[in-house]
Design a protein. Structure first.
Length: 256
């Protein structure tokens, strides 16, 4: 088969190339925090990798995949902080919907003028003026789906991501750890516990928040040590000689 650059003859197959999307969770399919839609407060994380700037309201995706953003004021909306991936140069952001895009202009230290899809700009070093952040993308009031950030000066077609792969990408930044149980036998005052390993290596040492699910002959106080990008140790203190058990859940947060 011959590959044509530009428009192929009508009787020949056409190949449409698409560039990599550097926006994670563009279809809002990963929702580990179980965001239910509604009013949001400045800084809240909603769908994985998406947080809000200023107060407003964000809906769940409708039957066509659009979320609706409303009541945000100037320079407010749904935001994704894109982790630095070692590139400086022209990028293009494209999306579907009525929402307008702003990006943080590091040269003038201000948010860009809101614009409709697609938007091409020069992403400079430290474009977001935050450590490890390449750029901040901010979508204002309106409808939004299928956002894409690519290295190019033109927009290429959106390619729907695999949900499982997208979940793993999201877990680099945030992971919800389901309930696990530990059983042991020890004397009063001893500690029992083990290691928990993350499903995905975190981009930085995360903040781990444990939630007590119950215990028998062990303290209700959760404890942790040696937190790393790969996991952590958790333990409880035994209250009396004999068998002891406990169970808990946790979250690991290494968001930008």
């Amino acid at each position: 088969m011959t590959t044509y650059v530009g428009t192929a003859p009508k009787d020949q197959p056409q190949i449409v190339l698409t560039n990599k999307n550097y926006i994670i969770n563009p279809t809002f399919s990963v929702n580990q925090r179980v965001f239910a839609g509604g009013s949001v407060t400045n800084g809240d994380y909603l769908f994985d990798r998406w947080n809000c700037r200023l107060n407003g309201a964000v809906s769940l995706p409708d039957a066509s995949g659009f979320v609706t953003l409303s009541t945000f004021t100037t320079n407010g909306g749904l935001r994704q902080k894109v982790e630095d991936f070692g590139y400086v140069g022209n990028v293009t952001v494209s999306w579907e919907g009525t929402s307008l895009l702003q990006y943080y202009d590091a040269n003038s230290q201000v948010w860009s003028t809101p614009a409709a899809s697609p938007v091409t700009f020069n992403m400079v070093a430290a474009g977001a003026s935050e450590t490890d952040v390449a750029e901040q993308l901010l979508f204002g009031n309106g409808t939004l789906k299928n956002a894409k950030l690519e290295i190019d000066s033109v927009a290429t077609p959106f390619e729907y991501p695999d949900t499982g792969t997208e979940l793993t990408k999201c877990q680099r930044y945030y992971e919800k750890i389901e309930v696990y149980q530990f059983n042991g036998y020890a004397s009063a005052g001893s500690n029992i516990g083990t290691e928990a390993y993350f499903k995905a290596t975190k981009r930085d040492i995360p903040v781990v928040v444990q939630t007590n699910g119950g215990s028998t002959n062990a303290s209700a106080t959760t404890n942790q040590l040696q937190v790393s990008t790969g996991g952590y140790m958790y333990y409880r203190t035994v209250t009396a000689l004999g068998e002891a058990s406990f169970f808990e859940s946790a979250t690991a947060d290494a968001e930008l």
